[in-house]
Design a protein around this ligand. Structure first.
Ligand code: NDP
Ligand code: MG
Length: 386
């Protein structure tokens, strides 16, 4: 019999990362789900509850949580709700690792709560480190908590660093698929619809991160995420557009040796490695054939068409609240774009506007960050962008 070695709190279990995590749990008897959470998709959450029999689940929407309590009364599983409920699900006493796969800044509070309880973090929710990297990494150190990256690029960097802890890095080479509009001019994408922006060439992801890939905001968020995860200077991180998404990122050491992790564009490997580390478990369906791939290409990102990537570098260099302003502006702008209220190019215009006009604090507290998130989104919704 396989012994249970990892007890997992899974936040965002109904999303793209969440459902893939559950596929991995299905295939590895050593993983056990202790808690699950969704925002509103209670149909899928109920199916997950019946299959994985967690101890506690959270539905952020209170009304839907009540419906779920009624529908699953036969299971005897605690159903909590709201932001506090999400923290409860993250801190479920039997869980030893929390996989944070909620989208947006909503991941911040539960991640901090889990770190305070000494739980390791498998981090998909990059927004946590973007908005509060200084506080979160300091707290994790204090509490002896490990943060394992789930984001494929950061997992690749993490894997490329194994066995080299004492060696100096010259730079990190962070790869990007280039998103739905690679090779297009500003004029060509000015009227792009959400439908076309939602077509990533290689990755099948949630809506927000797919739009972020098309604007290169996702790569900007990942640059800031990498800075905190690997304690590197933002200007020692170089973004390379790599259309095939086979080289998931690279580390260049001071002797110019470059170590990379390669694999199929499939999130299940980085998710599984974040949970199985330092071991590697079997995995099927993700074999790669280099003869078939044939060519790997690398190009500079087009910052004229996709200026949000340079705004992310600016935000990361400035620090304080600026990365939060960058992130929150993007969250609201993507929401408006998906609702058809603004154009594709407005997303980066709005980010630039917020970074220019919302005031920064250089050493913010978590409360400052959460206030800044609300203020930034309000600034956008109140303006002509409605
Ligand atoms: P999805 O949109 O597919 O899923 C998001 C999950 O979070 C769902 O379970 C959703 O619930 C829940 N959720 C949505 N809004 C809230 C909220 N306000 N509070 C609490 N929970 C909420 O996202 P992804 O799985 O694509 O991405 C999740 C995170 O992982 C993001 O931070 C993303 O950047 C990161 N990531 C994703 C990758 C991918 O391949 N998808 C790759 C690398 C990183 P419901 O279903 O009920 O709405
Ligand atoms: Mg990524």
């Amino acid at each position: 019999m396989d012994e249970i070695t990892h007890k997992i709190a899974l936040l965002g279990s109904t999303g793209s990362i969440g459902t893939q995590t559950l596929e991995i749990v299905r295939q590895n008897k050593c993983f056990k789900i202790i808690s699950l959470s969704a925002h509103s998709n209670i149909k899928l959450l109920e199916l997950q509850m019946r299959e994985f029999l967690p101890e506690i689940v959270c539905v952020v929407d209170e009304k839907k949580a009540e419906d779920l309590r009624i529908n699953t009364a036969d299971l005897g599983i605690t159903v909590v709700s709201g932001e506090n409920g999400l923290c409860e699900a993250a801190c479920a006493s039997k869980a030893d690792i929390v996989l944070t796969a909620v989208v947006g800044i909503s991941g911040l509070k539960p991640t901090i709560a889990a770190i305070n309880e000494g739980k390791d973090i498998a981090l998909a929710n990059k927004e946590t480190l973007v908005t509060a990297g200084a506080i979160v990494t300091r707290l994790a150190k204090e509490k002896g908590v490990r943060i394992f990256p789930v984001d494929s690029e950061h997992s690749a960097i993490f894997q490329s660093l194994q066995g080299s802890a004492d060696n100096k890095i010259k730079k990190i080479l962070l790869t990007a698929s280039g998103g739905a509009f690679f090779g297009k001019t500003r004029e060509e994408i000015a009227d792009a619809s959400p439908g076309t922006a939602l077509k990533n060439p290689n990755w099948n992801m949630g809506a927000k991160v797919t739009i972020d890939s098309a604007t290169l905001v996702n790569k900007g968020l990942e640059v800031i995420e990498a800075k905190w995860l690997f304690d590197v200077d933002i200007d020692d991180i170089e973004v390379l557009v790599h259309r095939q998404s086979i080289v998931h990122s690279m580390v260049q050491y001071v002797d110019n040796a470059v170590i990379a992790q390669l694999g199929a564009p499939d999130m299940k490997l980085p998710i599984q490695y974040a949970l199985s580390y330092p071991k590697r478990f079997n995995m099927s369906d993700n074999d790669i054939d280099f003869i078939d791939i044939n060519t790997l290409t690398f190009e500079k990102p087009d910052l004229r068409t996709f200026p949000a990537l340079s705004y992310a570098y600016d935000a990361g260099r400035t620090g304080g609240l600026m990365p939060c302003i960058f992130n929150s502006a993007d969250e609201a702008a993507v929401d408006l774009f998906l609702k058809g209220k603004i154009s594709f190019l407005d997303i980066s215009n709005i980010i630039e506007d917020c970074m220019k006009n919302i005031s920064n604090i250089l050493k913010p507290t978590i409360d400052d960050i959460l206030k800044c998130d609300i203020q930034t989104k309000q600034y956008i919704y109140d303006k002509a962008y409605r």
